[in-house]
Ligand binder design. Sequence first.
Ligand code: SF4
Ligand code: SF4
Length: 702
Amino acid sequence: MTPTRETFGNIPHGAVVLFYCLTVATMAVFAWGIWRRFKLWRQGAPIGVRELIAGNFRQICGKLKPGLRRLLTDGLGQKRVRGRGLPSWAHLALFAGFMMLFLGTTLLEIDHLSSGISEALKFHRGTYYVIYEFTLDVFGLLFLAGCILFFWRRTRRPASVGHRATDWYVIISFLAIGISGYLVEGLRMVWQQPTGLAAHCSPVGLWISHGFSGMTEASARSAHQVVWWIHAVLVFGFIASIPFTRLLHIIAGPMNLFFAKPELGRMTPVTMEEVEKTERVGVSAIEHFNQQQLLSLDACMECGRCEEACPAHATDKPLSPKKVVQDLKRLMTLSLSVAAPRKSAAQTPAQESTALSRDAATVQVRALLDETIRAETLWSCTACSACVGVCPVRIDPLTLITDLRRNRVGEGALSGTAATALRRMQSSSNPWGLPAADRPNWSEGLGAPTAKENPSFEVLYWIGCAGSYDRRAQRVARAVVKLLKHAGVNFAILGREEKCTGESARRLGDEFLFQELAQANIATLAKYNVRKILAHCPHCLNSLLKDYSQFGGSYEVIHHTQFISQLIQEGRLNIPSAAGPDSAGAVTYHDPCYLARVNGIHEAPRAVLATALGATNDFREMPRNREKTFCCGAGGGRMWMEEDPKQRVSTVRAKEALATGAKTVAVGCPFCLTMMTDGVAAQNDSARVMDVAEILVERLGI
Ligand code: SF4
Ligand code: SF4
């Protein structure tokens, strides 16, 4: 006999009709719930969905490709979920089981509908049936295993994971769906008595059926109908609850993966026209975010990964990226109930009064935004991108924060040392407020030519404000120049013509100060026809590479560790095999966020260190390294803010570095140099903090 089974076998016709009526009702609740969320997303600034599907087939494919790729790798492939032990395994098992059961149920319905048209169209039989039943049986187990693991994890209430009463409903209903599904199968096998392959292709169902072996066919059929209904009602409940529980991420997560703009370190510019039109900079109300940002709020499943990675949260500052997302989601939901009505030409007094009360409520929501996302929260962010890098559905709390910062800065709400740094950038083109004429003083006696003196340079060395004015960072610039000269590189500097890149100003939220500085620098770089820039500051590097390209300045920008590594490979920097006494001792390397995580540069500094340390190479890796590095605390404009000594990010990172037993902490960023020096000093440790270039210069004895 061909292995198969009848869909709705043992279910009376009336019950099948009721089942379909309930299906329609469930789908209506689901659609209504999603429509309500959709209305919330739609109130944001448009993201050009129509433009995405405009053009010829090839153009549309080109535009859809990145989003579809993210759906495949991060969505179906669960790339960002992997690698975190038990929670990853639990989600992978639940996801794989869920997807397979969903696919199986869809195929079953297609078979049922097509065989209703003609028996010849029935495909749920024979070899297909055997494979289908076996696959679903196995994936059903995976689904249950995932549910049990999540159940166990939730009982332990990890601090970073969100907890809501409905989470228990979701897990228990998932468990009940899985168990009742197997019971339905087991009871069916009691009255159906399949034999051979038809029985053994459902091993779990067969095993359960043995537990009911004492039942008569009639009682098995009755029990089957009861459990079948329980299973069906549970599934209806699950589908209907998706838009109203954490399960919403099943819909919003993949949508966000598709629409997200995932490049780290790139910010959206603001134009003067926009400001004139909207009469504001940045975000002061929930609907000022764009539609993708609002959608992303619903994609958050409160997994807490961002919070665990956040340096501000780790040092007890009033910032959790998860909470920022959840608070904004709460405000977005609130905004639905107070959405201002459409204006009509003639309104009755009653309509006018409703409109007025809604306007008042809208104002209240705006005030709530200021109250919910407090200034201390916004200014605590170091713009390290760790939260963005770890989010499984690519939510970007950093952009939410910088958009809010822009508005507060526009309103003049920034005060203290950071505001002073911005004023100095405006007046003197550097955050210290020192004279532009002093900018090249660090290079005295080194013979570093300016672009004016050496217009035929191969590469322009960008010094940055720290390298120009900070005494400690000046030594890094000097070390780099020594190496360039030693290798015979034809380079130039801008000298007093260089201005601050404006990177800190942009991350702090002062977009127009950044644009002013960027435009001035772009004009200077154009004057000397600069194509290739070498920078030892990852913040300058990122800004020159990703910020400046938005304003017409496109350059090849290379970090000094990359450049030095190339010089070594090309044999232009000759490292003697037996160098002088090695004072470095054990060495560790701190990856700067804007180098390793944001721009993926982490092997070049290690390669240079390996060469510099030579045979005595005692390199010790910190637990958090490369893209998973931990911030030093200086990014996002925090470099210019006072920090409570008990809350210093640099202290946490310095402890991690010193725990390796290192006697030298190598860095590749002037901000990290300052922060790690402070962090090590706070531990009363004698370890040296040095830039990679300085270590190499020491080794070469130049
Ligand atoms: S923002 Fe992303 S990483 Fe953070 S809790 Fe939400 S889903 Fe998890
Ligand atoms: S960018 Fe860094 S500091 Fe800011 S919220 Fe994200 S993880 Fe925290």
